[in-house]
Design a protein around this ligand. Structure first.
Ligand SMILES: *[C@@H]1O[C@H](CO)[C@@H](O)[C@H](O)[C@H]1NC(C)=O
Ligand SMILES: *[C@@H]1O[C@H](CO)[C@@H](O)[C@H](O)[C@H]1NC(C)=O
Ligand SMILES: *[C@@H]1O[C@H](CO)[C@@H](O)[C@H](O)[C@H]1NC(C)=O
Ligand SMILES: *[C@@H]1O[C@H](CO)[C@@H](O)[C@H](O)[C@H]1NC(C)=O
Ligand SMILES: *[C@@H]1O[C@H](CO)[C@@H](O)[C@H](O)[C@H]1NC(C)=O
Ligand SMILES: *[C@@H]1O[C@H](CO)[C@@H](O)[C@H](O)[C@H]1NC(C)=O
Ligand SMILES: *[C@@H]1O[C@H](CO)[C@@H](O)[C@H](O)[C@H]1NC(C)=O
Length: 725
């Protein structure tokens, strides 16, 4: 039944195909773009011809030998980017490698490389190379590696084809970025039976017919990345019996049906429009290890080869779901999906249990499964249980409501589980005695809506080191929530835990010893405005282990309460987006390497005066604080230190009267005004003091004079009196 359905799907797709070819205007657009590209490159090459001629007359002909231009290392010659218009003819005869990238070699003439009989590698990337004469490689029978990317081979491809055919040992050929169409490619590849690696990336190939790779029986690696391929004829890869790596990324492939490349190790079909991936239904052994179908339009989980060696299955960025309980109209209880086919006025309804086939496949070697950014709502029972080697599972950014972790699945081998950005309300766990997921180290549950989850869950994860629960509403046990509708999670005595992310959890004030018995090195409590209302006391159990602490947007306003003196191992501290008005002085005793003080109310970060802190600091963020433009000497000294990188220096602003300006580019007028303000102050003092002292002086003189007068009078009267005797 399944087979019949597949055939039907295939037939449907074929008609679909012919329709596309006849109707879709976008394809003619591709053809146009191809033509346009060719034209553009022609213009480009014309432009370069002139350049080239100029160069020839000026410099190249004037230089007599290669020695002054190229570098010789053993038997390799490096002439990259030397503005040469031909391969030097007087290199040592035993030269084995020539690098001529980014020059102006527009033509490879007959016989120019005749004398390099030992040459095995030639690189001519980015030369605008147009013409390779048929006999250009006639003396280079040992050439194995030829790099011709980013040239204009399309201009004279028949002749280039002749030249390539004269290379009996050619193993690796790169023709990417040469504006080649499928017809040109077919001719260029004729009889290149020694090739083992071929790149045709960034060309304008649209179809692959069954003959195009006919003669490449030794090919192991083929890249067709970034073309315009929308159709691959059946049998196109038939003769590539040794092909191991196939890259079809960035094309327009609508589906892959009847996939039968049993020898392939890696298939990269990411960034296409694939809606279906159906492997051939056979019991053949597939060597496939890596399958990348990410960034496509898959609606269903791919139907993979039954016998495979898959280790990596990349399915992110598609539209997949399992449909057994998705909709009641087309689905019955046992998970059958009904397909309605309408062809030739006959309607045929086929029921199929699509996902049963998934189970039929053997996933026992799968290690890495990425199903992120799809539309999955649930995983069928037993889906993960069959993946007995699975270590990394990414289910983030889907539509999961419930996840069930029981004894059977996911398998005990799991190391990393990412469930972030779903709609998770419930984490169902069978808390059987002993360890659940004994190898799990990383669990990301960030950005969900968790309402039910066992509070002791993490005590059962023996190897857990990293937990991200940020952006869920929760509390830390045994604290009871007032409203009572929140889960509480117990982190006490989880000895393996190192990194804990609890940002945006709307935590109640954390009680003392909430982290007792853990050895956290990294803690993120950002955006929990009430968590540390009572100061840093609740974190004291972590004082000796904590190396990185994030308290961004935590409503910290009182620098005295932010007492960090006990956290002597702290290396990174984020205090941004708080309302600190002064620099927390307890930081001075720490040996921080990174400090973030952005977006506070700090007017003067006097920390730089304190030796210990500044001596160790590598990176600091200081912007969005109300600094005074006339008091920026600290910033200057900090910059002069050179050991501290002010990461956001361009964003630092300061205030002058009511203006906010960039502190790095203070306008002259402001520096002047600042100077004036300081000068004015001395003047003001002068103006204030001078009259006062003058008055005092005058008063003193008057006083002295008055006293003098009286004395004079007294003396005079005495003298007069005595004179009367
Ligand atoms: C280059 O050599 C090929 C064969 O070796 C010959 O057919 C062709 O005419 C030659 N071209 C020129 C321009 O001499
Ligand atoms: C390719 O090789 C086959 C058999 O050796 C020969 O008949 C054919 O002419 C060759 N094609 C070209 C274009 O050289
Ligand atoms: C597949 O190709 C894309 C685009 O080049 C690349 O980003 C991705 O890493 C490749 N996948 C694998 C598994 O190598
Ligand atoms: C499925 O059934 C439920 C009730 O049984 C109904 O409310 C819902 O609209 C149905 N969904 C669809 C897609 O028909
Ligand atoms: C399709 O079938 C209906 C009845 O089954 C018939 O009346 C109609 O003529 C058919 N149309 C074509 C195009 O065959
Ligand atoms: C309808 O599908 C069934 C099962 O795939 C097949 O046996 C039958 O021949 C089909 N009928 C028509 C008219 O296509
Ligand atoms: C968890 O997932 C979120 C969203 O996908 C991501 O931003 C965050 O960096 C992840 N946490 C960790 C510890 O990697």
């Amino acid at each position: 039944m399944i087979r019949a359905m597949r055939r039907q799907i295939r037939d449907q797709l074929c008609t679909f195909f012919s329709l596309i070819i006849a109707v879709t205007p976008s394809l003619s657009y591709y053809r146009n773009t191809a033509d346009e590209m060719a034209l553009m490159s022609l213009c480009l090459s014309l432009g370069l011809i002139f350049l080239d001629l100029e160069w020839r007359s000026k410099s190249v002909d004037a230089i007599p030998s290669y020695q002054s231009i190229c570098k010789l290392v053993h038997s390799a010659v490096d002439c990259n980017g030397r503005k040469l218009s031909s391969i030097p003819e007087n290199l040592p005869a035993n030269t084995q490698e020539i690098f001529m990238d980014a020059n102006f070699v527009k033509t490879l003439r007959n016989g120019t490389m005749q004398r390099y009989g030992n040459l095995w590698s030639l690189s001519l990337q980015g030369n605008n190379l147009e013409l390779i004469e048929s006999g250009a490689f006639s003396g280079n029978k040992r050439l194995k590696v030829l790099s011709l990317q980013d040239n204009a081979i399309f201009v004279n491809y028949p002749m280039a084809a002749n030249a390539l055919r004269s290379l009996p040992s050619l193993k690796k050929l790169d023709l990417s970025g040469n504006y080649l169409t499928e017809d040109m490619t077919g001719i260029l590849l004729q009889n290149l039976s020694s090739l083992e690696s071929l790149s045709l990336a960034r060309n304008v190939i649209m179809r692959l017919d069954s003959t195009i790779f006919e003669s490449l029986g030794q090919l192991q690696e083929l890249s067709l990345e970034k073309n315009y391929i929308y159709e691959i004829e059946e049998g196109a890869f038939q003769n590539l019996r040794r092909l191991q790596r196939l890259n079809l990324a960035y094309n327009h492939i609508p589906c892959i049906v009847n996939f039968d490349l049993t020898k392939l190790w890696i298939l990269n079909a990411s960034y296409n429009n694939i809606e279906w991936f159906l492997a051939e239904e056979s019991s053949a052994n597939f060597e496939l290890q890596t399958l990348d179908l990410s960034h496509n339009q898959l609606l269903f989980f791919p139907l993979l080869p039954k016998h495979n060696k898959l280790r990596s299955l990349l399915l992110s960025d598609n539209k997949m779901n399992f449909y057994a309980n998705a909709s009641n109209t087309t689905t019955s209880k046992d998970g059958l999906v009904k397909f309605v086919f309408i062809s030739n006025n006959v309607t045929n309804v086929t029921s199929v249990n699509l996902w049963e086939e998934v189970i039929l496949g053997n996933f026992s070697s799968l290690k890495f499964l990425d199903m992120s950014r799809n539309l999955f709502q649930y995983l069928p029972d037993g889906f993960l249980a069959s993946m007995t080697s699975l270590s990394h599972l990414k289910l983030n950014q889907n539509c999961f409501w419930i996840i069930n972790l029981n004894e059977r699945e996911p398998p005990a081998t799991l190391v990393e589980l990412d469930l972030s950005q779903n709609q998770l309300l419930e984490l169902q766990v069978d808390l059987y005695p002993g360890s659940i997921l004994p190898n799990l180290q990383f669990l990301n549950l960030s950005t969900n809506r968790l309402k039910r989850m066992p509070s002791q869950f993490f005590t059962h994860l023996d190897s857990i080191t990293t937990v991200d629960l940020s952006h869920n509403q929760l509390n830390l046990c045994p604290q009871k929530n007032r409203a009572g509708d929140r889960i509480c999670i117990d982190f006490r005595n989880i000895t393996s835990l190192r990194h804990l992310y609890l940002a945006g959890c709307d935590l109640e004030p954390v009680f003392d010893h909430a982290f007792r018995g853990t050895s956290l090195t990294k803690l993120d409590l950002s955006s929990n405005k009430r968590a540390l209302l009572r100061g840093m006391h609740p974190l004291q159990d972590l004082a000796l282990t904590l190396q990185s602490l994030s308290l961004r947007n935590n409503g910290l306003s009182n620098s005295a309460k932010a007492d960090f003196s006990k956290f002597q191992n702290l290396l990174a501290l984020d205090l941004s987006r708080n309302t600190l008005t002064s620099f927390p002085s307890t930081l001075n005793s720490l040996a921080l390497r990174s400090l973030d003080l952005r977006r506070n109310h700090i007017s003067f970060p006097q920390f730089m005066v304190h030796q210990r802190l500044v001596k160790n600091l590598h990176i600091v963020y200081l912007s969005q604080n109300p600094y005074d433009c006339c008091k920026l000497d600290w910033l200057k000294s900090l910059q002069e230190l050179r050991t501290v990188h002010i990461a956001d220096r361009q964003q630092i602003t300061c205030k002058f009267s009511s203006n906010t300006v960039s502190a790095m580019e203070l306008p002259k007028s402001i520096t002047q005004s600042c100077l004036w303000i300081t000068k004015d102050m001395t003047l003001l003092y002068l103006v204030l003091i001078l009259p006062a002292s003058l008055t005092l002086l005058v008063a003193f003189i008057i006083l002295v004079l008055m006293v003098k007068q009286r004395l004079f009078k007294i003396v005079k009267s005495r003298w007069r009196g005595s004179s009367s005797y």
